[in-house]
Structures are given as structure tokens and as C-alpha cells.
Design a protein around this ligand. Structure first.
Ligand SMILES: *Cc1c(COP(=O)(O)O)cnc(C)c1O
Length: 408
């Protein structure tokens, strides 16, 4: 089997006769365009990031920052990432050896898995999981082992007994994600402590996807895994400007951690893209340096406004008859359509444009095909609330039609 076929298999894209289908994300976005439905499927903001950061990018474009930037990232951005980790989390990093700038978090994750997981190694993730994880684990030839997130009154929580049982002699790495897409769960200190204890005991690596690090609500606190005792030396932390600054199209990301591990990832990453985003890197550096606190204030406002929009969407979904697990962070809420008479989230998503003028993404798209978790979460759908309030209101008005309709 060719590697692309393994990727198609691992991501559920291999159809009858071996043909490769478009992803559910592409299918649902196309459905939204075709039907004119409100697209609450794909999670990207419909308002751009801070104006002063756009201006910094324009100045960089006009100022001649248009050729290859240095591999590993411009020194100003590496220094700004290190300063950010120090200021927010007390993590001390050498910008020269412990920070790598990448083409979005996506490339950082891919390079880390390709660099450090070998064929036959097992890579653990939570399930559901961000869709690129299954693909890069397949590209590396490693085995994807999952640990369920289980919905309850306190949100989606890690099945800690399953986590312990999942670690074995072939386990190489835990690929963690908190705040978590698609569930909106923010791992608690107790959950992180349990992960860290296993990682130390079995001498594992952690790659942690923290792209929603600043987008948490209420009194929720994001705790980076690298801040736990004994974890800085075995953790690679990944983040990006996409979600924090609402510039998902810029694809400026970074990875931080111990020098030997960063060097290993850099060895692979320099032959994937080498470098990208020449005019965006200085702009993101300026934003992260945040000399006058403007960016911090902007991010705080974004998080507060996302919290309000989460409340709006969740209330609308409940009113429509969904059972909603309230997220503590990210762009997303997961809603259960079982009470509306739909036991298959994918079928519900295909029907939603007609029934409610809205598009979502079935949670099964974030699960291994046929897994127990895919089965347990079969009737659930992910909706995004990272849209302007008037767009959400239009979606919610459509969803209200669901509550009053005749059952199929
Ligand atoms: C959006 C997202 C990414 C991708 O980040 P980029 O910087 O756009 O590559 C990675 N992980 C999660 C969980 C995401 O939601």
C-alpha cells in the first residue's frame, strides 16, 4: 500500500472500491455554499485580527521582507515566542535553540511526529482528535492509539483508566491537545498530572497542541503541560498566530521545548517547507512582544467576546432540542442530536441545511472509523461560534425551526 492510501484509510477517506472521497469538512463547506446555509462547520473567524498587526505586515511587505526568511524563523520572532512563554507561563527558553518557527501549528505537529515516531511506535491521542493527527501518524508509519473523552456534567473528561491501559511497551509519544478541538474541553490540573505521571514513569515524549491557549472562558485556566514537574525536558509545545490573533490564513506557527528535541524536529521541518511567511513573521513578532500591552488587551477582548458568543450558540442549540456539552475554551461546542430523533450526526449534518439553514460537522469526522468512541459520540455534531453575533443569530433562528418540526 502506498503512503497516501494509508493516509486516506487512517482519515476515513477511502470509499467503496478504494476511491478517495473529499473530507467531511470539504463536503459540509460545499453544502453550505450550495444551499446558502450558515456555515457553522469550518472554524475560522469572520473578522480579522488586530489592525496594528495587519499594518506591521504591510510595512514588512513594503520594507523588503519578501525573500526567504532564515530557516527556523527570524530571530525577532523566536525571541518574541520565548518571551511570551516566559511572561505567561514562567518557561525559560533559549530563542536560538529552543524555538522553531513553522508553517502554522499544522507543520510543527507533522514535523514533530515524523521526526520522533518510528514505524511500529504507538502514538496516543485523545479521541475525538483534530483531524491532521491521524494523517501524520499514518505518514510516519506509526500506530494511532486513542483514549476516549467522555461527555458529562463537567464537560468532556479524559477516561483516566483508559489512558493508563493504553500505555504499553510500544508507546512512544502522547500527542495532547488542550484546549481541545472539537470538544472545547480544557484539561484539568488533575488530568494533566495523570498524563505527566505516566509520561515520567514510561519515559515518553509529549507533543502538545495548545493553539487555543488564550481562548478560554469563565474562570478556566489553561495549564501548559511543560510547566508540570519533570515535563519541560520531555515536552514539545506547539502554538500559532492563527487562533490567538485571528489570522488563520497567515500560517505562522511555532514549536518550543528542549534543544535536542527541537533540533530533531528542525532536521525534518527544514526539508518540508524550510521557511515561510516572510512578511508575517515580523508582524507576529511585534504582536507577541506586545511592548505596550495592546495585543494582550485585544486577545482578552477576543476571549470575552467568544465566551459571549458561546453562550448565544449553546442557548440556541438547547432551545432547538440539542443536548449541549458547554465548552470551556476554543471555537467549538459539541451538541447531541439524539433527542431530536437523529442518532447519526453525519445524516443530521446532511439534513441540517434544509431543516435549519445551518451547517455543522459530525463528531465522527474526529474519530477513528468504527471505534468505540465514534460509536458513543455517533449522534453528536460540532458547531463553531467564531462568527459575528448577527451570523450566529441567523443560524440560531434557523435552528429554532428544528424544535417545532414534525419528527421523522
Ligand atoms: C486550527 C488548529 C490547528 C492548525 O493551526 P495552524 O496554525 O492553522 O496550522 C492545529 N490544531 C488544532 C487543534 C486546531 O484547531
Amino acid at each position: 500500500m502506498h503512503r497516501w492510501q494509508r493516509v486516506a484509510d487512517a482519515t476515513g477517506l477511502t470509499g467503496p472500491g478504494g476511491v478517495v472521497r473529499p473530507t467531511v469538512f470539504a463536503e459540509m463547506s460545499a453544502l453550505a455554499v450550495r444551499t446558502g446555509a450558515v456555515n457553522l462547520g469550518q472554524g475560522f473567524p469572520d473578522v480579522d485580527g488586530p489592525e496594528h498587526v495587519v499594518e506591521a505586515a504591510v510595512a514588512a511587505l513594503r520594507g523588503g521582507h519578501n525573500q526567504y526568511p532564515p530557516g527556523g524563523g527570524i530571530p525577532e520572532l523566536r525571541a518574541a515566542v520565548a518571551a511570551h512563554q516566559q511572561r505567561h507561563y514562567g518557561l525559560e527558553l533559549d530563542p536560538a535553540t529552543q524555538v522553531l518557527v513553522t508553517t502554522g501549528a499544522t507543520e510543527a505537529l507533522a514535523a514533530a511526529v515524523l521526526a520522533l515516531a518510528d514505524p511500529g511506535d504507538e502514538v496516543l491521542t485523545l479521541e475525538p482528535f483534530y483531524d491532521s493527527y491521524a494523517a501524520v501518524i499514518a505518514m510516519a508509519g506509526a500506530r494511532h492509539v486513542t483514549v476516549p473523552l467522555v461527555p458529562g456534567p463537567d464537560g468532556f473528561r479524559v477516561d483516566l483508566a483508559a489512558l493508563e491501559a493504553a500505555v504499553g511497551p510500544r508507546t512512544r509519544m502522547i500527542l495532547l491537545n488542550s484546549p481541545h478541538n472539537p470538544t472545547g474541553a480544557v484539561l484539568t490540573r488533575a488530568e494533566l498530572d495523570a498524563v505527566a505521571a505516566l509520561v515520567r514513569e514510561h519515559d515518553l515524549l509529549v507533543v502538545t497542541d495548545e493553539v487555543y491557549e488564550h481562548l478560554v472562558f469563565d474562570d478556566t485556566r489553561h495549564v501548559p503541560v511543560a510547566t508540570l514537574p519533570g515535563m519541560a525536558e520531555r515536552t514539545l509545545t506547539v502554538s500559532s498566530a492563527g487562533k490567538t490573533l485571528s489570522f488563520t490564513g497567515w500560517k505562522v506557527g511555532w514549536l518550543t521545548g528542549p534543544a535536542e528535541l527541537v533540533a530533531a524536529v528542525r532536521t525534518v521541518q527544514q526539508y518540508l517547507t524550510y521557511a515561510s511567511g516572510a512578511p508575517f513573521q515580523p508582524a507576529v513578532a511585534e504582536a507577541l512582544r506586545d511592548d505596550d500591552g495592546t495585543t494582550a488587551a485585544w486577545i482578552r477582548e477576543l476571549a470575552a467576546s467568544l465566551g459571549t458568543r458561546r453562550d448565544l450558540l449553546c442557548a440556541g442549540l438547547v432551545e432547538a432540542g440539542f443536548d449541549v456539552v458547554v465548552p470551556r475554551g476554543t471555537y467549538f461546542a459539541v451538541a447531541d442530536g439524539a433527542g431530536l430523533g437523529f442518532d447519526d450526526g453525519a445524516e443530521l449534518c446532511r439534513a441540517l441545511p434544509e431543516l435549519a439553514g445551518v451547517v455543522g460537522v459530525p463528531v465522527s469526522a474526529f474519530c477513528l472509523a468504527g471505534s468505540p468512541t465514534a460509536d458513543a459520540l455517533r449522534s453528536r455534531v460540532r458547531f463553531t461560534f467564531v462568527k459575528r453575533e448577527q451570523v450566529l443569530a441567523q443560524g440560531i433562528a434557523g435552528l429554532r425551526r428544528l424544535a417545532s418540526r414534525e419528527r421523522p
